[in-house]
Design a protein around this ligand. Structure first.
Ligand code: UD1
Ligand code: CA
Length: 457
């Protein structure tokens, strides 16, 4: 049976008080609308249509994809009017699932349940009981049977007592849906075309109307304001943290944990408070992450320790940290940093597009950019690779067991042979042979009996 998916995303989102269209605001690092698209990717819909209106160009550009169609609704005259716009794009059989771009956490299981219950024959409404139902469309029943949805503003005082609410999500037989939305009027308090009026039409035609009642508020909560967005973000983070804890990851505090992407953890992983994980992060067995780290697109091997306040950003290239490595506190690993086993990167050390072999150390205040660093190299405090000549980047190659003293400048391209020693304060512009000591700095001069200038009277 053909399934069509329609996602309504034309509304303005006035209460966000933002120039960004509401459905592009981010939850856990992804636009609200993107969540709905990701969740429904595996539903097997013949087509996925997004109804855009406010900020249409921006919304369409943000979520465009080969299997996603857009239908514009200008102006926006209500949810029924929104569905009227997609009618020409829908076939005459099968089911249509209607979701909202501002309700990001709807689960794949619930969407499947709606589609299965519909089976191209029934009108299926996703409903929920709220202790405070004000503002929502109420499910009006006669006995067990659903009779209609009445919008809050149009409801009588008695109807306002009903706590079962429409969540804004439904599945309908496509042919009937097309017929019903064609017959909608805007004769109501808000002067809008209400999609919810199709329920009474279905009842009048004798088409079965059923409800699927969800117990999860989180999956049906929509975002209308920054407060609601922040609330939903916390709920989502709490769910993610719960799943990790369940899997054995030791989060110091699930309330102070943020995952904006995917995090895969081995056994005995410990994560202290206030860490943010973005993109794809993989942590091997026994990895420990100190407090206040931000880690994006990185693979950290077993037994590595990332100390407090470390920033790792692999961007698109990624960062890898080898087994048993010690990173931070206050370290910065940038795209293309590939650190071998037992590498030590200490405070205020920046590493970019560089490979460090097993056991190499840069413990304090240093920069390694576009460098290849051999095993056991000791790279002194305050030393840098001058990798950029103002136009091009060049590589620095440092052989195994090299000792680079403090405050050196290695002017790339340059190569330092295995076992060489670079005297502190040297500016190295020429190759250094293996085993050599290279010193390139002004010679020390001693002036005996020197008197310091004194103030004139
Ligand atoms: C709607 C339902 C209400 C339900 C509530 C759940 C109707 C008439 N009412 O009310 O029964 O309890 O959702 O949150 O459907 N949209 C468009 N074009 C429009 C109007 C809206 O695309 O012209 C989109 C919005 O962007 C949003 C969704 O439809 O994603 C719902 O619109 P909204 O205005 O929030 O509906 P409510 O009035 O809250
Ligand atoms: Ca709403």
């Amino acid at each position: 049976m053909t399934l069509n998916l329609v996602i309504m995303a034309a509304g303005k989102g006035t209460r966000m008080k933002s120039t960004l269209p509401k459905v592009l605001h981010k939850l856990a690092g992804r636009p609200l609308l993107r969540h709905v698209l990701d969740t429904t990717a595996e539903l097997g819909a013949a087509q996925r249509l997004v109804i855009t209106g406010h900020g249409a160009e921006q919304v369409e550009a943000a979520v465009a994809g080969p299997d996603i169609g857009f239908v514009r609704q200008m102006p926006q005259l209500g949810t029924g009017h929104a569905i009227q716009q997609v009618v020409p794009h829908l076939p005459d059989s099968g089911s249509t699932l209607i979701l909202n771009g501002d309700t990001p956490l709807i689960s794949a299981a619930t969407t499947r349940q709606l589609v299965e219950a519909c089976a191209g024959e029934k009108l299926v409404l996703l409903t929920i009981e709220y202790s405070d139902p004000s503002g929502y469309g109420r499910i009006v029943r006669e006995g067990e049977k659903v009779k209609a949805i009445v919008e809050h503003k149009d409801a009588t005082p008695e109807q306002r007592q009903i706590r079962e609410c429409y969540t804004g999500m439904m599945a309908a037989p496509t042919a009937a849906l097309k017929r019903w939305v064609g017959a909608l009027t805007n004769d109501n308090v808000q002067g809008e075309y209400y999609l919810t009026d199709i329920v009474a039409m279905a009842v009048a035609e004798g088409v079965p109307v059923v409800s699927v009642k969800t117990g999860s508020e989180t999956e049906v909560l929509g975002v209308n304001s920054p407060l609601q967005l922040a609330d939903l973000e916390r709920r989502f983070q709490h769910l993610q943290a719960g799943a990790l804890l369940e899997a054995g990851v030791r989060l110091a505090d699930p309330a102070r944990f943020d995952l904006r992407g995917s995090l895969s953890c081995g056994q005995d992983v410990e994560i202290d408070v206030n860490c943010v994980f973005e993109g794809q992060v993989v942590l091997g067995d026994g990895v420990r992450i100190g407090a206040n780290c931000v880690i994006r697109n990185a693979r950290i091997a077993a037994g590595a320790r990332i100390h407090e306040f470390t920033h790792i950003d692999g961007e698109t290239q990624g960062v890898t940290v080898g087994e048993g490595a010690l990173i931070g506190p206050f370290a910065r690993l940038r795209p293309g940093a590939e650190l071998g086993a037992e590498v030590h990167i200490g405070n205020f050390v920046e590493v970019k597009n560089s490979t460090l072999a097993k056991g190499a150390k840069a413990n304090h205040l240093a920069y390694l950019g576009d460098a290849t660093v051999g095993e056991r190299v000791n790279y002194g405090a305050g030393s840098i690779t001058a990798n950029y000549d103002g136009a091009n980047k060049h590589r620095t190659v440092i052989g195994a067991d090299v000792h680079v003293g403090s405050n050196c400048v290695l002017v790339a391209p340059v190569e330092i042979g295995a076992g060489a020693t670079i005297g502190g304060g040297s500016t190295i512009t020429k190759p250094v042979a293996a085993g050599e000591l290279a010193v390139a700095r002004g010679k020390q001069v001693g002036i005996a009996g020197w008197t310091r200038p004194s103030k004139k009277r």
